[in-house]
Design a binder for this molecule. Structure first.
Ligand SMILES: [Zn+2]
Length: 648
C-alpha cells in the first residue's frame, strides 16, 4: 500500500478526501487482540455480492470452507462488523444456529469435526458496510459516475464480508462474484470466467482466483471503466494479460504510464523470480483513494503514476505471494516494495538514480521513531508509518545488500520468495533472516537485532593518523566511535573506508563491533584522506575528524578556535602526543555558558596526531543561539578548555 499524501500530513485529511461521506474512524481497533479463530484453518472463500449504488447497499452470500484444527470442533467464529445483518447461516443446505455481536459471528456446527476435517458454511447477510482504516469499503463517485471499491488492509475485510480477519491464515483459493448495474464493470482477483446478463438491468462478474490469498488482498472495484489490456510476454510464444480498468476521463493521460507496466513485470521477474500469478493476470483498477493498494492480481490505484505502479507491482512478490504473517512485520511488505521502487528506477535509469532514491529514503528514515518491528499494531498510523515501515525498511534492504554483495542479496530475495513454506504463504522477520543467513552462509542476527528490533541509527566519529614504516609503507590508525544509543547501545556493522594516498585509492572493510574501536592497516603510499562509507551503504551521521599534521606532537595542546567569533562554523584543532598504549580516550565537548552540553564533537580513542574538527556539525547548526560557548578537551589526565563566541 502506498499513500501519496504524506502520512506526516493529516491522515484524516487524506481519508476525508477519499470519501465524501467521511465515515472513517481511526479509533484503536480492539479486534487485534483476537486475530481470528485459531481453531480453524481457512481453505476457501467465495464472495457472491450484489451491490447497488442507489440506494447504497450490499447483499452478500459468503461461503467459507475451513479445516478443523482441534478435535471435536463444534463451533467457531468469523469476524464481521455489526453494521451488517446476518440473515442465515447454512451448512449442506441446513440452517445453523449463530449469534452476531462484538464484530464476531459465532456459528454452531451441526456435528463435531476432528483435526483436518473440512466443513463448509454459507452466510447470508446484508446492509451498508461500515468503513474503517483507509476506507475499507466506499460508495463514492468520479465525474458524476459511481465508484465502489474496497481497501481492507489492515483490519477492514470484516467491514464488508465475514472472514477470518488475519493475514496469518490464507485461503488456498477464492471466488468473487459481483452483481451490479449493467452500466458498470466490476474488477476483482484472478481470472474473469463469465459475465452473466441477469436480464433485469444487472450483470454478474464471476472472478476466480486459484492461488493462495490473504483476506485483506481480496478486493472489488466497480465503475464505468474503460478496459485496456497489455501483455507481458514471458516466453517466445506465451504471454499474460495486464488488464487495466481506468476512469474514462483519465485514460488518455494515463496510457503512457500504463504502458510501462509490462517492462516493470519483466524487470522484477529478472530480480525476484517469475511474476507469481502467471496463470492469471496482473491488473490495475482505478479507485477513489489517494494512493495504491496491492490487491492480488488487481492493484487498486488512485492515479497511474510510474513510482506508484512500481511500488504496488513489487508487492505482488512481497506482500501478496509472501505475506507478512502479522502486522508487526509489515516492513516485509512495505520496506520491500519501497526498496523495489529504487530497484526498478535503477534498472531503467541507472545507478545514480538508485543512489538518489536511497539517499532520499535515508533522509526520511532518520526521522523514524521506534523499531521497524511495529510495537503498537492497534494503531494503523503506527503500522503504516512511512518513515519507519517504508523508508527505513527499504534502507535495511539496501544495507543488507551492502553487507552480502549484489549477487548474494538478490539470491536471498529470490530464495525467500520461492522458499517452501513461505512462498504463497506468510512470513515473519525471523523467516526472512533464516533465509538470508542460509544463503549468506553466516549469522546476520546482529544486523536484524539492531535494525529491525532496535531503534535509531549510528552517529559515527572517525579520526585517523599514520606513520611511515619504511619502503613507502604507512601504518594507518583509524579510530571509529559512536554516540551511545538506547537499543542497541551501538551498531555493529561492517564499514567501508576509502583511503586515498599519494599513489591511489584503497578500499578496506573493517568490522566495527565496539562502540569505541581502533583499526590499524598498512598501506602503500602516504595517506592524505579517508572517506567513511564511500558508497553510502549505512544509514548514519558521520563526523570526520581530520588529521592535519602527520608529525607526532610532543605535548597535548588545544588551540583557540578559528575563526573566532564565528558564524556559521569554526574549526577546533588539538594535538595528542605519542602514547605508551598507542592510543588514548579523547573527548571534546562543547557547553553553553550555563554549563549545558551542546555537542559531543569527539568521543573516541585516538593515536598521536594533530586533529581538526568543525563546529557546529550539520545536526546542531541552526539550533544554536548567539553567545559564548566553552569547549573542553579531555585526553587521559589532560584537560584543557577554551571559550568561543557565536555571533548571529
Ligand atoms: Zn505498499
Amino acid at each position: 500500500m502506498f499513500c501519496q499524501i504524506s502520512f506526516a500530513q493529516s491522515l484524516q485529511e487524506a481519508i476525508t478526501k477519499s470519501n465524501e461521506r467521511n465515515l472513517f474512524d481511526l479509533k484503536k481497533i480492539s479486534k487485534v487482540l483476537y486475530p481470528g479463530d485459531s481453531t480453524i484453518d481457512v481453505v476457501y472463500y467465495k464472495l457472491n455480492l450484489t451491490i447497488t449504488y442507489s440506494p447504497e447497499y450490499l447483499k452478500g452470500i459468503v461461503t467459507v470452507n475451513a479445516k478443523s484444527k482441534i478435535s471435536g470442533l463444534s463451533s467457531f467464529f468469523l469476524d464481521l462488523q455489526n453494521a451488517l445483518t446476518v440473515d442465515s447461516v447454512l451448512s449442506n443446505s441446513k440452517p445453523l444456529s449463530f449469534s452476531h455481536s462484538n464484530a464476531m459471528l459465532n456459528i454452531s456446527l451441526n456435528k463435531n469435526y476432528n483435526i483436518g476435517e473440512i466443513f463448509s458454511v454459507t452466510i447470508f447477510y446484508e446492509g451498508v458496510p461500515g468503513s474503517s482504516g483507509f476506507g475499507s469499503f466506499a460508495f463514492s463517485s468520479h465525474a458524476g459516475s459511481p465508484a465502489i471499491w474496497s481497501l481492507s488492509e489492515p483490519y477492514g475485510a470484516s467491514d464488508w464480508w465475514p472472514c477470518k480477519d488475519t493475514p496469518a491464515d490464507k485461503a488456498d483459493s477464492s471466488d468473487v462474484w459481483i452483481t451490479c448495474d449493467n452500466t458498470l464493470t466490476a474488477a476483482s482477483n484472478g481470472i474473469l470466467q463469465n459475465v452473466i446478463d441477469n436480464g433485469n438491468g444487472t450483470h454478474t462478474f464471476q472472478w476466480k482466483n486459484s492461488y493462495p490469498i490473504a483476506q485483506y488482498l481480496i478486493s472489488i472495484a466497480i465503475s464505468n471503466y474503460v478496459e485496456y489490456t497489455n501483455y507481458y510476454k514471458y516466453s517466445v510464444s506465451d504471454s499474460m494479460p495486464i488488464t487495466n480498468y481506468v476512469y474514462p476521463e483519465y485514460f488518455s493521460s494515463s496510457k503512457s504510464f500504463i504502458d510501462k507496466v509490462p517492462n516493470m513485470i519483466k524487470i522484477y521477474s529478472s530480480y525476484y523470480g517469475q511474476y507469481p500469478f502467471l496463470r492469471e493476470k496482473y491488473g490495475q483498477a482505478q479507485f477513489g483513494w489517494g494512493g495504491g493498494m496491492e490487491h492480488q492480481t488487481i492493484t487498486s490505484l488512485g492515479d497511474f503514476d510510474e513510482d506508484l505502479e512500481a511500488h504496488e507491482l513489487a508487492h505482488q512478490w512481497f506482500g501478496d505471494m509472501v505475506t507478512c504473517k502479522d502486522w508487526q512485520d509489515i516492513w516485509l511488505n512495505e520496506g520491500f516494495a519501497t526498496y523495489s521502487e529504487a530497484v526498478y528506477f535503477g534498472a531503467t535509469q541507472g545507478q545514480n538514480v538508485y543512489n538518489q532514491m536511497i539517499s532520499q529514503d535515508m533522509q526520511t528514515a532518520k526521522s523514524a521513531v521506534g523499531s521497524i518491528y511495529v510495537q503498537d499494531i492497534s494503531n494503523i498510523n503506527s503500522i503504516f508509518d512511512y518513515a519507519r515501515s517504508y523508508a527505513k525498511g527499504a534502507v535495511v534492504l539496501h544495507m543488507l545488500r551492502g553487507i552480502v554483495g549484489d549477487s548474494v542479496f538478490f539470491k536471498i530475495l529470490r530464495t525467500y520468495a520461492s522458499y517452501p513454506g513461505l512462498t504463497y504463504n506468510v512470513a515473519t522477520t525471523s523467516d526472512f533472516e533464516s533465509v538470508a543467513e542460509k544463503i549468506y552462509g553466516s549469522s546476520l542476527s546482529y544486523f536484524f537485532n539492531e535494525w529491525i528490533y532496535g531503534e535509531n541509527y549510528p552517529s559515527y566519529q572517525m579520526s585517523w593518523s599514520s606513520n611511515s614504516i619504511g619502503n613507502n609503507i604507512y601504518n594507518v590508525q583509524i579510530n571509529i566511535s559512536q554516540n551511545e544509543n538506547t537499543n542497541p547501545q551501538f551498531f555493529t556493522m561492517p564499514i567501508q573506508l576509502k583511503i586515498s594516498t599519494s599513489i591511489g585509492d584503497t578500499i578496506i572493510t573493517v568490522f566495527n563491533d565496539q562502540r569505541i574501536q581502533q583499526f590499524n592497516v598498512n598501506i602503500k603510499g602516504a595517506p592524505n584522506y579517508i572517506d567513511f562509507d564511500p558508497s553510502n551503504l549505512i544509514l548514519k551521521d558521520i563526523s570526520i575528524i581530520d588529521s592535519i599534521d602527520l608529525t607526532k606532537p610532543k605535548t597535548f595542546n588545544l588551540e583557540q578556535n578559528y575563526p573566532n567569533p564565528f558564524n556559521p562554523t569554526t574549526k577546533i584543532v588539538y594535538s595528542i602526543p605519542v602514547q605508551t598504549k598507542g592510543y588514548i580516550p579523547v573527548k571534546l565537548i562543547v557547553y553553553d555558558i550555563m554549563g549545558k552540553e551542546v555537542a559531543v564533537l569527539v568521543n573516541s580513542v585516538q593515536s598521536a596526531g594533530t586533529y581538526q574538527i568543525t563546529f557546529p556539525q550539520k545536526k546542531e547548526s541552526g539550533k544554536l543561539s548567539s553567545g559564548v560557548y566553552i569547549y573542553i578537551l579531555t585526553a587521559g589526565n589532560y584537560i584543557e578548555s577554551k571559550k568561543m563566541v557565536l555571533i548571529k
